[in-house]
Write a protein that binds this ligand. Structure first.
Ligand SMILES: [Zn+2]
Length: 197
């Protein structure tokens, strides 16, 4: 395979996976329209604290976890997914009654992991791991940035917001790194077995 082809295929893969991830985060946020306790959240640019540090921090946190994939394309995706997860804020522009931060949920992490495996193949363990790990690294940085915040982590089963204090950023980032690391070890072990056969 030529290196140009490799680069093109990596860019295509990263683009496709990012679009799917964003579509899933946005679609999932729509469930918040029918949950109890929904309210008009307001323009995300005004109420959701979007800043340079916010965007940069999410990418950095994701990249750091992504290093555990030992792969350039997965590390890049691991940096992109956490910021793309914030697509769940887009619905706020429509000024409808909703639950904010829907994709900031463990349930979303599990769903997005399964859907990515269905779309990209069950063998792509690293992509599956990065998909759920991005939720943890995202929560980690949101907590780190403001020193404690709340998320509807069990949505859509309950729209209740659960508060996480400062030390949780360490736990969540650790979980994020561990998920990617374990998936990569399994992937490389399987590959080694294939080569030996
Ligand atoms: Zn967020």
């Amino acid at each position: 395979m030529s290196s140009e082809f490799m680069i093109a295929s990596s860019i295509f893969f990263i683009g496709k996976a990012s679009i799917v991830y964003g579509a899933l985060a946005f679609s999932f946020s729509m469930i918040g329209l029918i949950l109890p306790n929904s309210f008009v959240v307001g323009n995300p640019l005004e109420v959701s604290g979007i800043s340079f540090e916010h965007v940069f921090g999410h990418i950095m946190w994701g990249l750091v976890a992504g290093i555990a994939s030992f792969s350039f394309r997965y590390a890049i995706l691991s940096g992109l997914f956490p910021i793309i997860l914030d697509f769940d804020h887009l619905l706020q522009f429509f000024e409808v009654e909703m639950i904010p931060r829907m994709a900031h949920s463990f349930t979303f992490g599990l769903i997005v992991m399964v859907v990515m495996m269905v779309i990209f193949g069950r063998k792509d363990l690293r992509l599956a791991a990065i998909s759920i790990a991005a939720v943890f690294s995202h929560l980690s940085f949101d907590i780190f940035l403001v020193g404690g915040t709340e998320f509807p982590v069990l949505a859509p089963f309950t729209s209740e917001f659960i508060t996480f204090t400062e030390p949780y950023w360490i736990l969540f980032q650790f979980i994020s790194i561990a998920l990617i690391f374990v998936a990569s070890i399994i992937f490389f072990k399987k590959q080694k077995i294939k080569i030996m056969k």
